[in-house]
Design a protein around this ligand. Structure first.
Ligand SMILES: [Zn+2]
Ligand SMILES: [Zn+2]
Length: 265
């Protein structure tokens, strides 16, 4: 299967996953134009989409949902709490409301030839999830917008070929940076965002010989840099009690302003 992150960060998120026959957008938090341009990299158009999966109702994940569904209506998969959050967001405008498909965390579902599972994550939204996807024996996951991880989540994400994981901030940059104290507390909290250090710690628990692509995502523009995110994550892996070094794996950072290449998972 193929994976393409079109944009990642607090200014907007959208990711494409697909096979020959099935085309899925995960989150729709950038303009339709940018989504369209991103999909073109994978030779896919909005007409080809079979479903949109939403991780949670924060605006950087849903801002284009209304405009997409008005012109290209496809089923919207989300948890009950996320659906209610989306329905109470007036800025999405009018769109067909019968397109929602309610999913439950941990319960597998399929879209075309892609098997999917949502897992609950800790974030300050109604019922946020990350997604694991699998097709043709290949597995990937997208895990952003989480304040902490635990061994249950790590166990659910073993054996992946590709992982996109949040590395939101450098703890020290956030501490001394310009954000007001309540916002700093929110980001650092258990329902906030994952730091570079924690991303490295999480990765160390789920690395295995066949992991062939890691993307760091949802990087803060104020409290992180791409170089620092990569360096911190690799340093954590180097220092962990695992038989790997940080540079044993291809790791890249996803960007807020441009899409990644198309990865064959
Ligand atoms: Zn977000
Ligand atoms: Zn969020």
């Amino acid at each position: 299967m193929r994976f393409l992150n079109i944009a990642s960060g607090s200014s907007g998120n959208a990711t494409y996953i697909g096979t020959e026959d099935t085309h899925i957008l995960i989150d729709a938090g950038i303009s339709r134009k940018r989504i369209n341009e991103g999909l073109a990299k994978a030779d896919v158009t909005l007409n080809d989409l079979d479903a949109i999966l939403i991780t949670h109702e924060h605006i950087d994940h849903i801002s284009a949902l209304g405009v997409l569904e008005r012109t290209h209506p496809v089923p919207i998969y989300a948890t009950r709490g996320t659906i209610e959050g989306i329905l109470s967001c007036p800025m999405l405008g009018d769109y067909p409301k019968d397109l929602f498909v309610e999913i439950d965390p941990d319960v597998p579902f399929t879209v075309g030839d892609v098997s999917l599972q949502a897992f609950s994550i800790s974030h300050d939204a109604a019922d946020p999830v990350c997604y694991r996807f699998e097709s043709g024996g290949r597995k990937g996951a997208i895990v952003t917008d989480l304040g902490m991880y635990d061994s249950d989540l790590a166990d659910r994400l073993l054996g992946l070929d590709l992982l996109m994981l949040e590395a939101n901030h450098d703890k020290r940059m956030l501490e001394v940076g310009p954000y007001p104290y309540p916002l700093k507390r929110r980001i650092m909290g258990e329902r906030g965002h994952l730091s570079n250090e924690d991303a490295g710690g999480f990765l160390s628990r789920i690395l295995h010989d066949k992991m062939n692509q890691i993307l760091l995502g949802h990087l803060s523009r104020e409290n992180n840099t791409r170089e620092l995110a990569l360096l911190s994550v690799m340093t954590e892996i180097d220092g962990a009690d695992v038989p790997y070094r940080g540079n044993d794996f291809p790791i890249i950072t996803a960007r807020h302003d441009q899409s990644t290449e198309v990865f064959e998972v």
